[in-house]
Every structure is written in C-alpha cells, then in structure tokens.
Design a protein around this ligand. Structure first.
Ligand code: PRX
Length: 637
C-alpha cells in the first residue's frame, strides 16, 4: 500500500497547506483519487456555514468498507488488520487478518440483514472492547445502516435517551464486558434501558463473559446462533451497499454546554478520506507498522484511529480490552513489548496515572520498537510530556499532540511525526485543509503572534460535523452561530511567535474529566433529579491525574444530619442517570448559590473557590446576596 498524499518533509507540509487553502477543491480531489469510488464526484466541495450546509464529494458513490476491507484483500489479505489483546493477559490474544475481517464483516452484515436492518436504519452498538465491536460497526456500514456506538460506561438512562433520539430499532450488545477486575453486565443495562424503548425490535447479544442474562422471546437473539444461520445458507457474500458521499455513516453522541448530549452526524465520503489521510500523515504510518490506540471504540478517537483511519490505510490496529493499571501498571509496556508496537496513541490522563507508579513497571519491557508517540483528548502538561518522551520514547520518538473533537471527525491541529517540529504542550500546526483563527468574544479576529483567543476554523475540512441528528438548528446554534461564518470549537487557544497553537481548554461549560467530555448542565440535571436537591451548580477544578474533576455546589432541603450519606446518595443518582464517568469528586452543601440580580449563577466565582483561589474572587457587588460567597468560601470541601 502506498500513500501518494503522504507528506514527508517540512517543505512538503508547507506546500501542501498552502495548496489546500489556495485550491481546496484541487487538493482534496487529488487526495480522494487514492480511494475506491463506485462513481467519482461531480463537485469536490460546496458549502456555507450559515445554514450550515457542507457537501464534500457531492455525487460520488462509495462504500467505506470496500475501502477498509475489499480493496486490501489482493495485497494485504494475509496481513493482520486487527490484533486483539484481552483484558486477562492469560487469555489467548487474537490476530484477525484482512481476509478474516472481511469474512466476519460480511457474515455479520448478513446477520443484520436477516434481522431486518436496512439502509438508513440506526443500529445502536453497546459492547466492550472486543473485535466484534469493530465487526458490528463495519457490518452496519456495509449495508448502509447508521451506527451509533455508546461507550460501555454509560447508564441505562443515557442509553435510553440516545436510543430515543436516534429512534434506533436495533441494538447489538454483549452479555457483559471485562474491565480490569470488574465485570460490567452490559445486557442487563440494555434491558433496563429498553423498558423505556418499546420501539426496539431486535437485540443481538454476543457471548463474552457468560454473565447470566435474560433473553426476551422474539426480541433477543444470540450473535453466535445468528452466525450459524448465515453459515447454513452456504457462504453468501454481502455486496457493499452503494452510498452517496453525503449519506450518514454514523451518529456519535457528545456533551455540550446545554441540554442533553447531541448526536453528531458524520457522512461517508469526507470522513473516510480525512481519517485515513490524517492517520497516515500525523503518525507517519509505514506499511507493516503496528498501531496501538488505547482509546475505547465508544469514543471518536476509537472510531477514527482504531477502526476507520487505520483500516482505510491497510494498517494493523491493536485493540486492547483492559485498563492500563490491571493486573499491574506495566500493562501498556508489556503489550508494546509483546507485539513490537510501533505507534502508541494515548491520553494525558493515562500517562499521568502511570507516572504515579514510578519507573518500576516500565523496567524489564523492551520498548525499542516504538517510533511514534501520540497524545489526545486534553491538554498535555509539560511534566507528563517529558516523562512520556524520556521514559517511553527514550528521547527518540516524536510525540504528536493531536487536537481535535468528536465534531471534527479527525485530527485538525497536530505536528506530523518527525516531519514538523513538536513543542511540549503545543498541538503546533494545522493540518492541510485546516485554517484556524483566533477571535475575541465579539468575534473580531485576533491577528499576530503571542496572542490568545477563542479558537474557530474558517472553512470546512472533509470530516466536519454535518448536522446533529434530528435537529439541524441545534447544530447551527452550537457551532456556527456564535461567530458568523466560522466553526466555533468551544476551546481557548494561544498562538506563539512561530504560529504554533496551544489549546488552553474549554471556554464554555463543558468539562474534560480524564479526557471524557461532560457538560456541566448535564451533571446538574442529574443531581437535581435527586429527591431533596433544590438547586445545584457544577464546575471543574484541576486534578493531578484526571486533568479536571467535578465540584458540585448543592442547595439541599434536609440532609437529616448525615451529609456523607446524602453525598453518596447523590453520587449514586448521577451514576444511575449518566454513568460513573460523571460522578462529582467533591460535593459542598450550600444555603444558596451566588446569583446576579437577573438570576444567573456566577460560575466564575464558584470556579475560583473550587480551585482554591479564595483571595482572588473578583467583583461580587453585582450579586443578589454577596454574603453567600463568604459562607461558601468558609465551608469549602
Ligand atoms: O477541549 C478539547 C479537548 O477535547 C475536546 C474534544 O473532546 P471530544 O469531542 O470528546 O474528543 C476528544 C478526542 C478527540 C476539545 O474541544 N482536546 C482534545 N484533544 C486535545 C484537547 N485539548 C488539548 N490538546 C489536545 N490535543
């Protein structure tokens, strides 16, 4: 496999970036020519950010699985597409070649068809990190169904909300999932969700943990039985369904600053081109390399850089079921040694957590196969960057700090390994096709260097969000209305004297806890559902390992004198409504919240108190009751 669009020098990068903004149509037309299209496009790009309406490769026909699987069979058929490392290191790992993967995807695509799934139907996938998760994703894409993967840590209520929003009639799940020393009863969580979702017609259940499950007649079927049925039909093919470039490929729910999570919609053509393109360029993938992305496939990182990007490039992608610290904190290093991993793509929170164990767990593992290290999900602090560089990369592996979002589909700002320079804690430079811009709160452009502002992007790249499922207006107001004619990222950003970008964190009410994106409003809604809670306000505060942690201020009716138990009850409620990832780390009961005369909660003040900046609270004279601030300060937890 060769990648004609691969950028190999800084000069080539400069030229590619310039060409991509001077002539985006020409640039992306040429990149797209390396992919397999049933029909070429009539126009490369048509767009406006007002509606917004963005169409890449309009008129083109394709199926992404043909690009990720079929086209590799001739040359890479016997090469590993996926390597699966199970949670328990004693269990056998699996190597799935491109030929095997193609076969399994075709089989499961037929299972979906037999169970009534048609083009355009939404298939919700709620599974652990097993190869069948990737197989279910690809099988949906093969028949033109729209997958909506839900991370295995979300609660029944969160699943029900997502199923309802997408009106998904089909669910694929497992009996359970392993995560470190825990067993998560996935099917039972689905059963709880489905009490509210009578429209779900079929649930296909894969056996993984042999956790006892209830199987409802007529609705629930076993994955293995369904595969057997397909096998008895002989060995039928499942030709890929021809899709328009702008047909939806998947929905992935993500948190915003208001309301319930939004279903971010990505489409087939642009997403395929950009994830593969960015995978090859950022990580400088060379055929034969083993790529290990430690994210969960339930998040965008897993979609783009475990499944679609690597498979589009004919790469070998390692899927890891477990957690970095079980059975011990040497798990990643052992895996790297075992499979001679070349690219390690992980999150700052994982690095910081592993730093805490010292170098003992690193010793004794041969990490010399590593060529490239990557970071994603949150700003990486310099200490973690240097630890990663020195102890894991041994000073010889470029670190790519990749900035992007669920909505961007692929990496937008990052150095390219060994091609463009890295700078600790900086995502550095935009990829070709990406034109960042800093603005002040009035939307005026901030030009020049050594400046900070809100990060916007000036023009569409191929994997930009197209809509929020079922509510296009929400997409417009969230991303395209704050600053007219710009895509607004929600992030604050600094540009240095050389034009490198450093992401400083969210400027809206979105938290980033261990790289997981959580809306404060979402957590507040969950807390407010708890009996006895009158009102609440949630803010983030810095945390050594998680990056940010959740601090909740709660006005409570009556704790019956047992504040600790009440705190635990509230944590339970949040876990039940959203999932354990949204649990507040600190809860302070207060008699009132600091509000302006118009009733707006002054989060700035609450943030300062949570951060421990008690002296520097700022102006409180506009508050309805300034006295409440002293009370909150004095009882800080
Ligand atoms: O704040 C930025 C942060 O994560 C947000 C996007 O979260 P999500 O959609 O869940 O996607 C995470 C994985 C792509 C961004 O708005 N973020 C992501 N990558 C970085 C980052 N912050 C700083 N540096 C990064 N490299």
């Amino acid at each position: 496999m060769s990648y004609p669009y691969q950028i190999k020098t800084k000069e080539q990068y400069d030229a590619a970036w310039k060409k991509s903004v001077d002539d985006p149509q020409g640039y992306w037309d040429s990149v797209a020519s390396s992919f397999m299209w049933r029909k070429k496009c009539d126009s490369v790009l048509e767009w406006n950010f007002k509606d917004p309406d963005v169409q890449w490769f309009k008129g083109a026909k394709l199926n992404i699985t043909e690009n990720c699987l079929d086209r590799h069979l001739g040359t890479l058929g016997n090469k590993p597409a996926l390597i699966w490392e199970p949670n328990d290191p004693e269990e056998h790992h699996r190597v799935i070649t491109y030929r095997d993967l193609h076969h399994k995807v075709v089989q499961f695509a037929n299972v979906l068809k037999n169970n009534g799934v048609k083009k355009g139907d939404r298939v919700c996938i709620y599974m652990g990190m097993v190869p069948e998760l990737a197989i279910a994703i690809l099988a949906s894409a093969r028949i033109g169904a729209i997958h909506s993967v839900i991370f295995g840590g979300f609660s029944a209520q969160s699943i029900a909300d997502r199923l309802q929003d997408a009106q998904a009639e089909f669910v694929v799940t497992c009996d359970g999932a392993y995560r470190g020393n825990k067993e998560i009863p996935l099917k039972s969580v689905i059963d709880d969700a489905l009490v509210q979702c009578r429209f779900v017609k079929k649930v296909i259940v894969l056996t993984r943990t042999r956790t006892p499950v209830s199987m409802i007649k007529g609705r629930d079927v076993w994955w293995e039985d369904e595969i057997k049925k397909v096998e008895t039909m002989g060995n039928p093919d499942c030709p890929p369904v021809e899709m328009d470039a702008e047909d939806p490929l998947f929905i992935l729910y993500t948190s915003g600053s208001t309301g319930k999570p939004k279903g971010v919609v990505h489409t087939c053509g642009g997403y395929m081109v950009y994830t593969t393109y960015s995978f090859v360029n950022v990580f400088q993938y060379t055929p034969g390399d083993i790529h290990f992305c430690t994210a969960d496939i339930g998040w965008i990182t897993g979609h783009s850089y475990i499944v679609y990007g690597p498979l589009g490039a004919g790469a070998t992608s390692l899927v890891f079921e477990g957690v970095p610290t079980w059975p011990d904190a040497g798990r990643f290093w052992k895996i790297i040694d075992k499979y001679k991993v070349n690219i390690l793509y992980t999150a700052p929170t994982a690095i910081r957590s592993l730093m805490g164990y010292g170098l003992g767990p690193v010793h004794g593992h041969d990490l010399s196969s590593l060529k490239v290290l990557g970071s994603v999900g949150e700003p990486i602090n310099e200490e973690a960057w240097h630890w990663f560089d020195e102890n894991i990369g041994k000073g010889k592996c470029p670190i790519v700090d990749t900035w992007w979002q669920t909505e961007t589909g692929g990496i937008l700002i990052s150095n390219m390994a060994g091609v463009t320079p890295s700078k600790p804690s900086y995502a550095t430079l935009p990829l070709p096709g990406v034109e960042p811009m800093l603005v002040d709160e009035n939307g005026n452009e901030i030009t020049g260097n050594n400046v900070s502002g809100n990060l916007c992007i000036r023009r569409p790249w191929p994997s930009i969000i197209r809509t929020t499922y079922g509510d296009h207006e929400r997409c417009r107001t969230n991303y395209f209305a704050t600053y007219p004619d710009l895509y607004f990222t929600g992030d604050g950003c600094f540009r240095d004297e050389e034009g490198n970008y450093r992401i400083t964190g969210r400027v809206d009410d979105v938290l980033n806890v261990s790289g997981h994106r959580i809306g404060t409003a979402e957590v507040e809604n969950a807390i407010n559902m708890h009996a006895g809670v009158v009102e609440s306000a949630v803010v983030g505060y810095p945390h050594d390992v998680k990056g940010q942690a959740i601090y909740a201020y709660i006005v409570y009716g009556n704790t019956h004198g047992d504040e600790d138990l009440t705190r635990q009850d509230i944590v339970q409620t949040v876990t039940r409504i959203i999932g354990a990832i949204a649990k507040p780390d600190k809860i302070q009961f207060v008699s009132g919240l600091p509000k302006t005369r118009s009733g707006k909660i002054m989060r700035r003040i609450l943030r300062k108190i949570a951060e421990g900046e008690l002296e520097n609270i700022g102006d409180t004279s506009t508050l309805l009751d300034p006295g409440v601030v002293d009370e909150i300060k004095s009882r800080r937890v």
